[in-house]
Design a protein around this ligand. Sequence first.
Ligand SMILES: [Zn+2]
Ligand SMILES: [Zn+2]
Length: 258
Amino acid sequence: MKPFDCHCHTERSACAEDVSLEWYREIAADAPCSFAITDHSAHIYFPPDEKWVFWSEQGREAYEHHRQWGDEQMEQYIADVRAAQHGGMYLGIELDIFLDGTPVCSERYLDEFDMLLGAPHTFPAVQTESPPEQVEAEYKQIVRGLVALDVHVLAHPFRILVQKKHPISEDLIKWTVDICGEHDVALEINSHYVCHDEDLAMARIAVAQGAMLAIGTDSHRKNEFGVFTYHHEIADAVGVPAEQLYWQPQDVTIQAAR
Ligand SMILES: [Zn+2]
Ligand SMILES: [Zn+2]
């Protein structure tokens, strides 16, 4: 069984380096894994000179302002990935969400994806150095919002908190595993920005409770794609075969190889 990489970016993500949809199309048939194309929904909905506005206080207003343009971009993204799709390539999206639960993507498109990767990327309390309790409360609200949208995988659950040097308690990790487990959402072990201690704790709790783990390279560069060393290291450390991490989306509408 080949690994399934739940997280790959193309040139549509503003932070991507040398990857492109065309490159994935070329290598899909011979790739060492099956994989989902998951560009940031916020990068699809925000125009080129406002790519990072979602991450600012003006995010909500700008989203509404560009909504119709963004819908057209999203339709084009879906069409382009479907046209490139063959081998083990899946159509996904790294879905952004506002604190109130509104996804950065018109909800009518959400059923069109083979896989939804929900990302807790930003919320007001982490931007404004609010007290830890408030950061934690908003983190939970964002995760609840993603779960309510029926995402399949929770992307890099603790990255933003780690980057902001927010203390991450065992209780918070357990809370995250619990809510994902209850809703059949897999927890991503992400090798692009490694959060080793948190991943290890998350994987231990997930394995003990039977929650699903998924592996993501979060490839922004070609040399990140297909490299699962870190995921295998975590699997070894928690004493499960690496294959147990090879979560795949079910019931996908993947097209036959062409
Ligand atoms: Zn992300
Ligand atoms: Zn990503």
